[in-house]
Write a protein that binds this ligand. Sequence first.
Ligand code: MLT
Length: 302
Amino acid sequence: MFSYHCLNPIAEVGLDQFSTDYKKVEAAVTADAILVRSAAMHDMEFGRNLQAIARAGAGVNNIPLERCAKEGIVVFNTPGANANGVKELVFAGMLLASRDIVGGIEWVKSQSGETDIAKMAEKQKKAYAGTELAGKKLGVIGLGAIGVKVANAATHLGMDVYGYDPYISVQAAWNLSRSVKHIDAVEDIYKECDFITIHVPLLDSTRQMINKSAIQMMKKDVIILNFARDLLVDEQAVLDGIAAGKIRKYVSDFPNPTTAGQDGVIVIPHLGASTAEAEDNCAIMAVQEISDYMENGNITHS
Ligand code: MLT
């Protein structure tokens, strides 16, 4: 048997098995396996015993993959385990971008104690009018576990859905609704869609894929959603696009100094996978992967 150290609390599940002292260095130096959420591990010293790292989530950009490969450390992620939580927040993002729900709520708050508030609201509501999702074109870039869920759910809301993924897996293709139009060139998504949502991993080939030239191809008033990784987007180019009246809104799940507090930007503090269900699913999958590797030598999702 081996013991677990928790570098970042990921779930209630199995917490009795975790040490909760969060002494990262000590854990990394003594552990056989590490289970981590989004804590950056690039500068961390690894001990001689370390054989595996499981990332409770999809993205592995917080893990030093090359160093792990050199040192023979197997890296796991938990694909799909938090996909539903992220999918649901993507739709919240679409609604926040197309209806001024937050502005309306803030107005109601500011009228606290006002006895005539119902009548006043009837006048005020014009200021918060929005647009609907139904009938709009949604481009989904990346048809992995999350992208497929977003694409399928959007068809049920009456959206006209375009999917792009040059590397779509057989499993994802099977899971994709027939109502989703499969597009061969990402440029067609840029040119056609009212909403564009990105669901690709951060790789050298995808870094800043949403850049000035991509934005130039987009329709006026496009809404861009980024629940994948902030470095996929040249956010300064997005801010320029907002200032120029080309982009209606940019919704990002990745707070940073470039976008925080800027007009036309809705930033959420990386909450996509922060649901009780997603955290449980990721924790369970990550622990199973590590156990199966440490006890049986089996490698899944590495
Ligand atoms: C992911 O890569 O799946 C997310 O970043 C998960 C998380 O919030 O930890």
